[in-house]
Design a protein around this ligand. Structure first.
Ligand SMILES: Cc1cc2nc3c(=O)[nH]c(=O)nc-3n(C[C@H](O)[C@H](O)[C@H](O)COP(=O)(O)OP(=O)(O)OC[C@H]3O[C@@H](n4cnc5c(N)ncnc54)[C@H](O)[C@@H]3O)c2cc1C
Length: 419
């Protein structure tokens, strides 16, 4: 089905459907049974996998594609993250890749014909020591050299712009970097928007279809074993975030990935009180306010590895202590719910978007705690890599070989916290 055969969402389709009491809307995407074979199988129906399928069809004309998802689409980290979007990374390789993503975000709702609620409300990364401020100044300068917006602010300027912040806390806020084009987006809408647009171009989205094995013939892949039988494909693109090493093992590979729980929490809804995103590494916490009014709060990973989508209480305690220190006004706000996701962390806090030593097998993983912002850019470069069997210039540095050669791109210290 081509894009033109999907009803376009518009004021006119809204009005038309109002006449039939909104009972005749087309399904947002189909749920076809799996075919026996595809040109490309994408394993993992998170934002990155769905974006990969969309750009394979849109940019490379490859639409005989299946996205196989073990649960429901967006049920992994895509639907569990705190949705911070920014591109102010330190090193050229990372900054340019995230900036590509930022540019795609800026036109994404129109491109997908689906409102992903991208809100460029700005992101502050606070500095609490002279060394923090030196690092922040260096990063803002590096960003500007790459044409990425960034401002260096003093503590007083931060206080003027965010009146409810306490800059005279235990670790006083000396200043911040500010990226005005950064912000947040609606995570579910990102998954659903990519799914709808990919489906409209002929991609089969198959939920409740876990991949249990990767079949190889010598040095090349031939397809995947699934809960619903064998599906053949000459190309398999794996985008399974925290489960990437499990999938790699199925093909006899080892990845330098550790899987850690990362959690977040939201408060009861409040009237609008915070119109931006604030992140701090020194006290380790970040906060924004959702459109529903909830404070969306997060911090760092649990230091142990694991697959339990929970996270430990000590992190919540430290996280909330940090938030209350920065925003004493929130001290009596009640928390509504808490959850966790499993993030895939690489030793240099940068992703792997690359082909592997097995012909036809590609991995897109290692985005760790910060891959939501990369969703469109990641899908765009990965689709290029899979379609042409070679990386795009923007992801050439993010291969697996860097862990052998030592050409790492260390982004650990690049921003307030690693999201
Ligand atoms: C609490 C939390 C907060 C975060 N905050 C931010 C943030 O503010 N900003 C930011 O940029 N990033 C953030 N992140 C990171 C971000 O969520 C991820 O990097 C990003 O969403 C990864 O997307 P994905 O599509 O690769 O993974 P996922 O959405 O996890 O998709 C992978 C999919 O693969 C499926 N899968 C796994 N194994 C199989 C199998 N065998 N067969 C079939 N399917 C399989 C899973 O079910 C899952 O749906 C956060 C993460 C968490 C957990």
């Amino acid at each position: 089905m081509t894009q033109s055969r999907r009803t376009k969402y518009s004021i006119f389709s809204l009005a038309r459907n109002a006449f039939s009491h909104h009972e005749n809307w087309q399904v947002v995407w189909r749920s076809p049974p799996p075919q026996k074979s595809y040109d490309v199988i994408v394993v993992g129906g998170g934002g990155h996998g769905l974006a990969t399928a969309y750009y394979l069809a849109k940019e490379h004309g490859i639409s005989n594609v299946a996205v196989l998802e073990k649960g429901w689409i967006g049920g992994g980290n895509t639907g569990r993250n705190t949705t911070i979007v920014r591109s102010n990374y330190l090193w050229d390789e990372a900054a340019l890749l995230y900036e590509k993503s930022m540019q795609l975000w800026e036109g994404l709702s129109q491109d997908l014909n689906y409102n992903v609620m991208f809100s460029q409300r700005g992101v502050y990364n606070l500095g609490h020591s002279l060394q923090d401020m030196r690092d922040i100044a260096r990063r803002v300068n590096a960003n500007r050299l790459n044409g990425i917006d960034g401002e260096l602010l003093s503590g007083t300027q931060v206080k003027e712009r965010i009146p409810i912040i306490n800059i005279a806390c235990r670790y006083p806020v000396l200043g911040a970097s500010f990226q005005a084009r950064g912000g947040v987006a609606r995570h579910d809408a990102v998954a659903w928007g990519f799914a709808r647009a990919a489906d409209a171009r002929g991609v089969d989205i198959i939920q409740n279809c876990e991949v249990t094995g990767i079949r190889r013939e010598g040095d090349k892949v031939t397809g995947v074993e699934t809960e619903r039988g064998f599906i053949a494909a000459p190309k398999i693109a794996v985008v399974t975030a925290g489960h990437s090493s499990v999938l790699a093992e199925m093909a006899g590979l080892r990845l330098p990935i550790e899987s850690h729980p990362l959690q977040a929490l939201v408060s009861e809804p409040l009237k609008p009180v915070l119109d931006t995103v604030v992140m701090s590494n020194a006290v380790h916490g970040y906060v924004s306010q959702s459109d529903k009014g909830e404070l969306v709060i997060g911090s760092g990973i649990d230091s142990f590895t694991g697959y339990g989508q929970r996270g430990s209480f000590s992190i919540i305690e430290d996280n909330l202590a940090a938030i209350v220190e920065l925003f004493p006004i929130f001290s009596r706000v009640r928390m509504l719910r808490q959850w966790g996701g499993i993030v895939d962390t690489c030793p240099d806090a940068c992703p792997i978007v690359a082909k592997t030593s097995v012909r036809g097998l590609y991995f897109n993983c290692g985005w760790g705690t910060g891959g939501f912002k990369a969703t469109p850019g990641s899908g765009w470069v990965f689709a290029h890599t899979v379609a042409r069997d070679e990386p795009h210039a923007l992801n050439a540095a993010f291969d697996i070989e860097r862990f052998v050669s030592g050409a790492l791109i260390d982004e650990h210290g690049a921003a307030g916290v690693a999201h």
